[in-house]
Design a protein around this ligand. Sequence first.
Ligand SMILES: [Zn+2]
Length: 213
Amino acid sequence: MSLKIPIEISARHVHMCRGDFEELFGKGAELTFEKELSQPGQYLAKERIDIVGPKNTFHNVAILGPFRSATQVELSITDTRKLGLAHAIRQSGDIADTPGCNLSHGEKSIWIDQGVIVAKRHIHMTPQQAMRLHVRDNEEVCILTHSYERSVIYADVVVRVSKNFRLSMHVDTDEGNAFACDTEPFGVILPLYDTATYSLEKWTEELLEGISR
Ligand SMILES: [Zn+2]
């Protein structure tokens, strides 16, 4: 038996370091709590900022708290195209050599050298749930989404394990729209192979060569 994995769709948002936030909101400014998010300790702040790209600006983008050690902007690929930015698919926190952008609030504006990512889809779970699902931290799995008329199998979904997590798969708006997510979307791990991880790139090559497993 598998577990029903709730799927949450993350709209574009920004995590900020205290220094960048103070440059935009003033010395000593703090994030104001607005709403709790599903992962313990994470919250939506009342403050909003603008993301400025070469082609467009997104106004009033959500900031998620608490502060982090580095500012990180999370967008969908559709968002990066609209803004005119390159896209880099990364796990949260892995921002080396990613695109930068301008962030602004009122009259204030800052340039961040890096930190714009398209989040790699992932599942948060506790060690107990990982044991039950026979997966390990950082392993990649396939997820079959439940949907009327538009089910999708997502490959390359990273498992993130911590005792502080709550079971939930995070996808962006492009990915959520792709399976026409309904009111309570969920997925299950699709055990395609007995081996833990299998490269789908390699699978494509094998199929092209006529190798079937
Ligand atoms: Zn997440």
